[in-house]
Structures are given as structure tokens and as C-alpha cells.
Design a protein around this ligand. Structure first.
Ligand SMILES: [Zn+2]
Length: 316
């Protein structure tokens, strides 16, 4: 017999790019960690509740699909019977107890600081040690996207994923096939593959090289607008600033990017490289995206002018 008193039916499924844990599952490389704390615990509960929809590339459908996950269940065997419980409901209960203890504490802040905040108790310690997030494609329930994480008291580490980050990312690159060189495309693939295997510095070196080459291409386009000597002496971050108008505005205006890029490879820790990887990759995509839309615009203009001249000929 099954007791499902704690089960909740997802009533307000939302697509949630803001959810910290969904973002972590989708972008982190292997062995990357994220902290679980009072500020993001609701995101984790929401995810375990099966209330998050993600839109990603489906390896089987070969296109972007919406994936969902069923509410996370675990089984309890009390000797007499075995029944399922909802992990999110249990975590919500623990959170409520925490909140209650905090608000009713006579010493207020002081005792709150002394007490170690916990997101799980002994009842769910073992079932939540390794979590498996099983997402299913909305077009075919045999298409899966699985993530495995290892949790400790206050953090979650990604220890597995299938299809791999590389499998999921390579198709993204197709969007830029007209504007990316063979060399860049190959190295971008290598970088993503390394990152997906948990290699920080190695993958980051490739990304930096690609970014530097793209910046150099933009400089060629800019021609005489750029002071050649100054450009050659500048570091990547400054070069991007100099190329205002030839690189995406978002890149030129964003000072955080300069912070990331101005650090030399040798100054960065393995962890920093892994943390910066998705951001630098996104910068590369921004540049390629800008070039691709320019290319499309030019193609459209050529097609339109051909159509117009055909009409002109027929009017005559
Ligand atoms: Zn599919």
C-alpha cells in the first residue's frame, strides 16, 4: 500500500532560467560545486517538486525541446510496509522548522549565528546523498536527460550527466557555421569537451585563444579606425574596448568581462577557470551571433535587391 500524503502535484510549472540549481545542472562542468543555503533552498525545493521546465537540445529529436522532471520520490520501509514520500515536501517541512526556530528565538540574531543551518535531517540524509535528476523530453518520454549530483551538508557537486555537456553544446555551434573558421570551431569543440570533463585551465586556455582571434578579426574589419600600434600593445580587455562598434555593445560596456579577461592564464586557479568558462564562452557566442545576424542581413538585402531588379526589368 502506498501513502502519498506528502505528494504534491505540480500546478504551476514554470520555465525557470533563474533557478540557481537548474542553471548549475545545465552549465557546470563535472566536479563543480554549488552552495546550498537559506537564499537558494526554495529553488532546490521547486526543482525537486518537478515544477521546473527546461528548454534544451534533445539529442534524439535533434532540436531544442522542453524537458520536465517528475516530483522527486524516495521510499521508506518501516518493516511493515514500504511507501513513497516526496523529497521536496520533506525539505519544505525542515525549512519551516528552521524558520520557526529562527523567528521564535529569544536572543534573535545571536542564537541564529550560533546555530548551523541545515537543509536536510537524518531521515533524508541517505536518500539525498546522491540525487538523480531525470528530465524527460516533452515530445517523447523515452528521450532522457539525466544529471547526477553528490550532496553534503551545504553543497552539491555535479558528478555525472548524460547526454554530456559536449553532446548538448556542439549543435549550438551549428548556428554560427557561416561565420566561424574551421580552426575556431575545432578548438571550441575541444574546449567544451575538456570543460565537460572537469578540466578548468586547459579548457579556458582554448577559449581565450579563440576569443583573441575573434577580437583580431574584428580589428581587421575595423581597418584604419584602430591605431595599430596601440592595439598590438594592449591586452585582450583593452582591445575589446578599442573595438567599440565592431564587437557587441554588451561586451564593450561590461566591466566584469574586463576583470575576467585581464587576468593572465597563469594567475588563475583551476576553480576560477571553471567558473569563468561559461561567461567567456557566452562572450564568444555574442560575437559570433552579431556577425551571423550581420551576414543574414546582408544576404537578405542582396536577395531583395535581386528581386527588385527583376521587377524593374519586367516593368520596362
Ligand atoms: Zn526528444
Amino acid at each position: 500500500m502506498k501513502h502519498n500524503v506528502f505528494d504534491s502535484i505540480p500546478s504551476n510549472i514554470v520555465s525557470d532560467k533563474e533557478n540557481e540549481f537548474v542553471n548549475f545542472l545545465q552549465t557546470a562542468g563535472l566536479y563543480d560545486s554549488i552552495k546550498i543555503n537559506e537564499d537558494n533552498i526554495d529553488d532546490l525545493i521547486f526543482l525537486l517538486d518537478g515544477k521546473v521546465r527546461i528548454s534544451v537540445y534533445c539529442k534524439e529529436c535533434k532540436t531544442e525541446r522542453v524537458f520536465t522532471m517528475k516530483p522527486y520520490k524516495y521510499f521508506v520501509d518501516d518493516g511493515k510496509e514500504c511507501y513513497s514520500r516526496s523529497l521536496s515536501a520533506e525539505m519544505r517541512r525542515i525549512k519551516q522548522v528552521n524558520d520557526l526556530q529562527n523567528s521564535s528565538s529569544p536572543n534573535g540574531l545571536e542564537s541564529r549565528e550560533n546555530k548551523i543551518w541545515e537543509w536536510k535531517n537524518w531521515q533524508i540524509e541517505e536518500v539525498s546523498r546522491v540525487l538523480l535528476f531525470k528530465f524527460i523530453c516533452s515530445m517523447n518520454d523515452e528521450h532522457h536527460l539525466d544529471y547526477i549530483v553528490l550532496t553534503t551538508d551545504n553543497s552539491m557537486m555535479k558528478i555525472g550527466q548524460y547526454p554530456s555537456v559536449a553532446d548538448m553544446t556542439f549543435p549550438e555551434l551549428d548556428a554560427y557555421k557561416h561565420v566561424i573558421s574551421k580552426e575556431d570551431r575545432r578548438e571550441l569543440g575541444t574546449a567544451i569537451g575538456l570543460f565537460a570533463s572537469g578540466i578548468g585551465a586547459g579548457s579556458y586556455v582554448y577559449l581565450r585563444r579563440i576569443l583573441e582571434r575573434l577580437v583580431y578579426s574584428a580589428k581587421e574589419t575595423a581597418g584604419d579606425d584602430i591605431d595599430k600600434e596601440k592595439f598590438e600593445q594592449a591586452r585582450v580587455a583593452e582591445r575589446i574596448k578599442m573595438l567599440k562598434g565592431y564587437l557587441p555593445d554588451m561586451l564593450v560596456k561590461n566591466t566584469t568581462i574586463y576583470g575576467i579577461l585581464s587576468k593572465g592564464i597563469h594567475e588563475l586557479s583551476e576553480e576560477e577557470c571553471r567558473k569563468y568558462f561559461p561567461v567567456v564562452k557566452q562572450c564568444i557566442y555574442q560575437i559570433l551571433g552579431m556577425w551571423e545576424s550581420l551576414r543574414k542581413k546582408q544576404d537578405d538585402e542582396i536577395a531583395l535587391s535581386k528581386a527588385l531588379s527583376a521587377i524593374t526589368t519586367s516593368i520596362k
